[in-house]
Design a protein around this ligand. Structure first.
Ligand code: CAA
Length: 260
């Protein structure tokens, strides 16, 4: 598939997906969502890719939300396919069996914040702005914001942000746990790539199992989630990377993981 609304690059085991409609502040169009879904599938099936970075083109926005230019005069029934398409692509990104990092370089509003919340880790620039402004349009978040924001920052803060439609700056987003780290705008991508490189050097199956246990265990009752963790932990014993990790520890050297 040729991409029009995203860029897709792979270098040193790291794939970078760039939302690429800077004139529209990278608003998520139907085409862009379908291209994101395709890129996520490529990341899943390519063993060379160990980590995925999601970012936005230009210096103003990560993504300013769903593309609302086609929203006018739509009926409830007519809007559902667009919203479902986004939900499905976002969920696939969330469940991708590899580490994902959102590098948020500006506005992350509405659907922009929602897709960032589907990444495992969020780094942002000190100029980033976050918010779920849908209520100001007469809407509510439609790509998981009502659920993932509450899980990430707590129900009280999620309701405050969603009901007021207020934007928050990078430092506040860090304080409430919406982002993991804040960097000066000039170093955001360099720091993100450095961290991605670190994760790319980890044993991929262990990363996959850790992510699976966290993602799927989170909404389970604790005893079911504990059982899931036992399964995921024990599966790591089928890998050569575990043997290498244990040998390297004994021999007091750095492990050389092969991904097997
Ligand atoms: N959809 C479509 N186009 C958008 C857009 C969006 N969400 N956000 C920005 N744009 C376009 C603008 O229409 C404008 O295009 P033109 O130059 O052709 O007029 C261009 O991007 C630049 O935007 P502005 O001129 O508005 O830039 P600004 O610096 O004055 O303001 C902003 C920046 C505060 C982010 C403002 O653009 C804004 O408020 N955008 C909309 C944010 C929003 O409401 N997001 C939620 C969308 S609904 C959603 O996401 C639902 C869901 O959960 C599924």
């Amino acid at each position: 598939m040729d991409y029009k609304d995203i860029l897709f690059e792979v270098e040193s085991n790291i794939a970078t997906i760039t939302l690429n409609r800077p004139k529209a502040l990278n608003a998520l169009s139907s085409e862009m969502i379908s291209e994101i879904g395709d890129a996520v599938s490529r990341c899943e099936s390519d063993d060379e890719i160990r980590v995925v970075i999601l970012t936005g083109a230009g210096d103003k926005a990560f993504a300013a939300g769903a593309d609302i230019s086609g929203f006018k005069n739509k009926s409830p029934r007519e809007i559902i396919p667009f919203i479902e398409e986004g939900h499905n692509a976002f969920r696939r990104l969330e469940l991708l069996g590899k580490a994902t990092i959102a590098a948020i370089n500006g506005y992350a509003l509405g659907g922009g914040e929602e897709i960032a919340m589907c990444c495992d880790i969020r780094f942002c620039s000190d100029r980033a702005v976050f918010g779920q402004p849908e209520v100001l349009l007469g809407l509510i978040p439609g790509w998981g914001g009502t659920q993932r924001l509450a899980r990430l920052v707590g129900m009280g803060r999620a309701k405050e942000l969603i009901m007021s439609g207020e934007n928050i700056k990078a430092q506040r987003a860090f304080e409430i746990g919406l982002v993991n780290r804040v960097f000066p705008a000039e170093t955001l991508m360099e720091e993100t790539r450095k961290f991605a490189g670190k994760l790319a050097g980890m044993p991929p199956f262990a990363i996959k199992m850790a992510k699976y246990a966290i993602n799927h265990g989170y909404d389970m009752a604790l005893d079911n989630a504990r059982n899931l963790e036992i399964q995921c932990f024990s599966q790591c014993f089928s890998t050569s990377d575990l043997e290498e990790g244990l040998n390297a520890f004994q021999e007091k050297r750095k492990p050389q993981f092969t991904g097997k």
